[in-house]
Design a protein around this ligand. Structure first.
Ligand code: NDP
Length: 390
């Protein structure tokens, strides 16, 4: 990666939790970064404010209905305004030195692939894209000579733990999991969970979708699939360990039984800063770790019965082919329906499981296949939700 400064950066999903944390870090070191593209889905006002503040070259809004609003808000600037999915891809193809992929959902896949195609550095938060199209994305990165840096705190931790070793020296990777807000709840208690309860994560402040995923532990399932692509040590060598304090973000055990762990306060700006400055380190204003104050770190085995999403994800990797993309698409629909109050909390993984069992498309070989699988899984999930309502 070019370390020449100022470095050009683009942020996809700039108005979200990861996007704004990334911009917070840039605020600390403005002179070293030049912002090319900032994007959002529909929040034109926030996008316009950010584009102005960071003097972006391009502001792209995915929702074309918001184009006029964004254009008006930036009328007195020289910032180029664009809208729609193709404009997201065009913005990614500008080839920023460093791109943050922080759109939520598989919809972030095309711009992420376009950014990888430019052969530069992509910091990946958008796990759904990797879950749905892992093989394709890793091949694209390799072919283009791009650098893919994981931002998810667990994968960033593993990436850091691997800096002193090689993947072929690894015996086991342990993904830690907070266990989410319902770690100690029975299935009966979880039956009446509200969206407000599900998005209230005990340790992390995140967007609504990933917060619900953490509550069902589908987030850990998606991360298992993510880890399987990023760190090819074999599924049987990737464990999940519940660690409620979210201080150890993941661990790598080498062949000699030395275990290297990465620790830090539960603040996404820490893994983002690591990906942003890599291979250097940057100064942040994050809270340093105070282990004397934390005093105690707890661990427990994950409960696959109360959190069936974990097994669904393991099975999805084992079955391979279209299954991870189906799992992801059905989950996106089920989580959105839960947040709208259309389905109960426990129905989320039930819907995912039923959609996976309902059909077996052939293995995807290109992006069009992935989109077809994604589309059909969404339609099936929506139909199931609608059927359950009548
Ligand atoms: P948020 O919901 O906070 O933000 C999502 C961003 O994506 C917003 O900028 C949103 O724009 C944009 N967006 C939403 N839908 C679309 C669309 N259809 N087209 C284009 N842009 C869209 O999510 P998070 O920041 O929490 O998460 C982003 C990604 O990072 C997810 O994949 C998540 O799993 C992953 N991640 C998040 C972590 C966290 O701490 N939040 C930790 C690790 C990974 P708008 O504001 O206009 O809606």
């Amino acid at each position: 990666m070019s370390t020449a400064l100022p470095r050009t950066v683009s942020i996809f999903g700039a108005t979200g939790s990861v996007g704004t944390s990334t911009l917070d870090l840039i605020r600390l070191d403005r002179s070293n970064y030049r912002v090319l593209a900032l994007t959002a889905n529909s929040n034109a006002k926030q996008l316009a404010n950010l584009a102005r503040e960071f003097d972006a070259e391009v502001a792209v809004i995915a929702d074309t209905n918001q184009y006029g609003t964004l254009k008006n808000l930036l009328a007195d600037t020289s910032i180029e305004v664009a809208a729609g999915p193709d404009s997201l891809i065009a913005a990614a193809a500008l080839g920023a030195d460093w791109t943050m992929a922080a759109i939520v959902g598989c919809v972030g896949l095309p711009p992420t692939l376009a950014a990888l195609q430019s052969g530069k550095t992509v910091a990946l938060a958008n796990k759904e894209a990797l879950v749905s199209a892992g093989g394709l994305m890793m091949a694209q990165a390799k072919q283009a000579g791009a650098t893919l840096l994981p931002v998810d705190s667990e994968h960033n931790a593993i990436f850091q733990c691997l800096q002193g070793g090689r993947i072929d020296q690894v015996r086991k990777i342990t993904l830690t999991a907070s266990g989410g807000p319902f770690r100690t709840w029975s299935r009966e208690q979880m039956a009446s969970v509200t969206p407000e309860q599900a998005v209230a994560h005990p340790n992390w402040d995140m967007g609504a979708k990933i917060s619900v995923d953490s509550a069902t532990m589908m987030n850990k399932g998606l991360e298992l699939i993510e880890a399987h692509h990023l760190f090819p040590v074999g599924l049987e060598n990737i464990d999940i360990l519940v660690h409620p304090q979210s201080v150890i973000h993941s661990m790598v055990e080498y062949k000699d039984c030395s275990t290297i762990a990465q620790l830090g306060s539960p603040d996404m700006r820490i893994p983002i800063a690591s990906a942003m400055a890599w291979p250097e380190r940057m100064v942040t204003d994050c809270a340093p770790l105070n282990l004397a104050k934390i005093a105690k770190l707890d661990f427990e085995a994950p409960d696959y019965e109360r959190f069936p999403a974990l097994q669904l994800a393991r099975n999805a990797i084992e079955r391979g082919g279209a299954v991870p993309a189906i799992l992801n698409a059905a989950n996106e629909i089920a989580v959105a329906a839960f947040l709208k109050g259309d389905v109960q909390f426990l129905a989320i993984t039930e819907i995912v499981s039923r959609v996976i069992d309902s059909y077996s498309p052939p293995e995807p070989i290109n992006l069009a296949d992935i989109f077809e699988i994604d589309k059909e899984a969404r339609e099936r999930a929506i139909a199931m939700i609608e059927d359950a309502r009548v």
